[in-house]
Design a binder for this molecule. Structure first.
Ligand SMILES: [Zn+2]
Length: 518
C-alpha cells in the first residue's frame, strides 16, 4: 500500500496501491507510479466534471436546484485510449462514456414483476447501468464490418475463433465517484481510529492538532446513533453511514424478509458488514454502493448477460473517490475504509480466483475542497462552503452515455421517468408502447434486456444462439448466462464469502417477466 500524503494544499491525494506485486518494487518506482496515478485521477475527474458542467451535453434538467439547497452525487466511467501507434504515454485521451447522478432508491414493496422500474437510483448504480448500455453499443459497432472514421471505432475487438469480444490493448477504464459510497466504505472503525489518534497525539506536540483530533472523535461517537436524513451518504461526518445492517425477520414468506435494523440504537457501527441502502420508511432490498462496487471489482462491471460475449470481465484500472475535506481531515481514513470495503473484505484465496492475473484497481481519494466551485459543491451532500447547513437530496437522477441522443431524467422514489404522471399498472405497460415510452427508463432491467436482445444477442457465439433463441423469460436467460463461463460460479463464491452472506435475495417472481414480447 502506498500512502502519499502530500502537504501541498492544492494536491491532497492519497493513493492505495492494491497491486500486491508493487510491494516488491523499488521505492523510486513506487513514487513514479504514485505521481502517474494521481495524474490519471485528475484527468478522470476532469473528464467527468467537464461532461457534466460544460460540454453542453447535460442540461440543467434533473440537476440539483441551488435555491432549494439541493445536492446530488455524480458517478462516471472514463475511457483512456492510448495512441494506437507507438507514441508517448502523454498522448492518452480521456473521455467520459457513461454518467449517472442520484441518491435515492425504492422500497422493497415498490419492486415490480414486469422489470420496468429502476429500483436503485444511486449515482454509482445509474452510471454502471449507463455503462452497460454503452457496452451494448460498442459491441454492436465492433461486430459490423462497415469502415468508419477512427473516432467512431469501437473499443472492442472480436476474436474470430472464439467469437468473443475484448477491450483493445490500448484501452483502459476508470471510475469516478464524487463522494465516498454509502455502506462500509463510509464506516471508520472508531477503535482503530482512537488508537491511531492516541499515537498521533503522543507524537504530536502541536496543541491545535490535538484539539482537531478530539473534535473528530466526538463527532464519530455522537453521530453513530443517528440515521442520516440526506439519503444516507456520509453527509460530511466521518465514520458513519446511513446504510443499514439488516437481520432476517422471522416472517420470511411475505416478500419483505429483511426488515430488522440490526444496528438501531447501537452507538458504533460495525465495519466490514454488508448493508442495504439508507432511507426512511419501508426498507429497500437494494444493497449499499460499497457492497455493489466490491462485487463489480471482483466479478467485473459488465454483469451476467454480457459475460456471454466478453472474454474478460470489465475491470477498472483506477477508482477515484472525491472527498470534500478540510486539509488533513478524513482523507486517510476514507482511503483505508474504501480499501477494506472494496477489497479486504474478500478473502485473498477468492480474490486470486476472481482476478486471475488481471490485478486490482488503484483506489484514489482526491480532495476536491480546494478547487471545487460553489456549483460543483452541489455534487456532495456536505461541503466546506455550507458546513453545518442542512442540504436536501435532489429527487431526480440523470443518466447519459456516449452517443445517446440526450440525457434521461428519472425520479428516484418512483423508479420511472420524470414528468410522467403516476406509475402505470403492471399489466398496462405490456399493452401500450405509448405508456412505455412515457414512463419506462432505458436503464430499467426490462429495457436493458430488450437492448441486449436487439444489439448483442445477434453476435453471441454461435454455440449459444440456438438455445438463447428459445428462452422466454429474463430469469431463464440469466440462469443460462450464469452457467456459461465463470461468472455464475464466481458470483456464488462471492456471495458465500462471510462479509457478503447477508446479501438480500430477491423474489424469483421479480425476474420471471417475458423477454419475447418486449
Ligand atoms: Zn449509494
Amino acid at each position: 500500500m502506498i500512502l502519499n500524503d502530500n502537504d501541498d494544499e492544492d494536491c491532497n491525494i492519497i493513493i492505495i496501491n492494491s497491486n500486491n506485486s508493487a510491494k516488491d518494487r523499488a521505492s523510486s518506482r513506487e513514487e513514479e507510479g504514485v505521481s502517474e496515478t494521481t495524474e490519471i485521477a485528475e484527468k478522470v475527474k476532469d473528464a467527468v466534471l467537464q461532461l457534466y458542467f460544460s460540454s453542453g451535453k447535460i442540461t440543467k434538467n434533473g440537476k440539483p436546484e441551488k435555491q432549494k439547497n439541493e445536492f446530488t452525487l455524480l458517478a462516471g466511467f472514463v475511457v483512456e485510449e492510448m495512441c494506437e501507434k507507438e507514441c508517448e504515454k502523454t498522448s492518452s485521451s480521456f473521455r467520459c462514456v457513461a454518467l449517472g447522478t442520484g441518491t435515492k432508491c425504492i422500497p422493497n414493496a415498490k419492486r415490480r414483476k414486469d422489470g420496468c422500474v429502476l429500483c436503485d437510483s444511486h449515482a454509482e448504480v445509474i452510471a454502471r447501468r449507463a455503462l452497460v448500455k454503452w457496452i451494448h453499443e460498442e459491441i454492436s459497432k465492433a461486430s459490423t464490418s462497415t469502415i468508419v472514421a477512427p473516432s467512431q471505432k469501437s473499443v472492442f475487438i472480436r476474436d474470430a475463433q472464439t467469437e468473443m469480444f475484448q477491450l483493445k490493448g490500448n484501452v483502459k477504464l476508470h471510475f469516478f465517484i464524487s463522494q465516498p459510497p454509502c455502506g462500509d466504505a463510509s464506516v471508520f472503525s472508531a477503535k482503530v481510529k482512537e488508537k491511531e489518534e492516541q499515537e498521533e497525539q503522543e507524537d504530536d506536540d502541536d496543541d491545535k492538532e490535538k484539539e482537531r483530533n478530539s473534535t473528530v472523535r466526538e463527532e464519530v461517537r455522537g453521530k453513530g446513533l443517528k440515521r442520516r436524513k440526506t439519503g444516507g451518504v456520509t453527509n460530511g461526518q466521518p465514520g458513519v453511514t446511513g446504510a443499514k445492517v439488516v437481520a432476517l425477520s422471522d416472517d420470511a414468506d411475505d416478500g419483505a424478509r429483511y426488515k430488522v435494523d440490526a444496528e438501531f440504537g447501537v452507538s458504533e457501527q460495525e465495519t466490514s458488514r454488508c448493508r442495504i441502502k439508507p432511507g426512511r420508511g419501508d426498507l429497500t432490498s437494494s444493497m449499499s454502493c460499497s457492497d455493489k462496487i466490491a462485487k463489480w471489482i471482483m466479478l467485473g462491471f459488465q454483469g451476467t448477460l454480457l459475460s456471454l460475449v466478453l472474454s474478460h470481465p470489465m475491470r477498472m484500472s483506477t477508482i477515484t473517490i472525491g472527498l470534500n475535506a478540510g486539509k488533513g481531515d478524513d482523507i486517510e481514513r476514507i482511503a483505508l475504509s474504501s480499501r477494506r470495503a472494496f477489497i479486504d473484505r474478500v478473502p485473498v484465496s477468492l480474490r486470486d480466483k476472481f482476478l486471475n492475473s488481471e490485478g486490482l484497481p488503484r483506489v484514489i481519494v482526491i480532495n476536491l475542497s480546494t478547487d471545487f466551485s460553489e456549483e460543483e459543491q452541489c455534487l456532495q451532500s456536505f461541503s466546506s462552503a455550507t458546513r453545518g447547513e442542512e442540504r436536501v437530496s435532489c429527487p431526480t437522477s440523470i443518466n447519459w452515455f456516449e452517443n445517446c441522443e440526450k440525457q434521461e431524467v428519472t425520479v428516484g422514489a418512483t423508479g420511472f421517468k420524470a414528468g410522467a404522471p403516476r406509475p402505470p399498472l403492471e399489466a398496462s405497460l405490456a399493452l401500450s408502447s405509448n405508456l412505455w415510452k412515457k414512463h419506462v427508463s432505458r436503464l430499467s432491467r426490462r429495457a436493458l434486456v430488450r437492448d441486449f436482445m436487439e444489439k448483442v444477442l445477434v453476435v453471441v457465439p454461435t454455440t449459444y444462439r440456438a438455445t438463447l433463441a428459445k428462452i422466454e423469460s429474463y430469469q431463464a436467460l440469466k440462469t443460462y448466462a450464469g452457467k456459461q463461463g465463470n461468472y455464475g460460479l464466481h458470483r456464488t463464491m462471492f456471495l458465500n464469502a462471510e462479509a457478503f452472506r447477508d446479501w438480500t435475495k430477491k423474489e424469483d417472481a421479480l425476474s420471471r417477466f417475458t423477454i419475447q414480447e418486449i
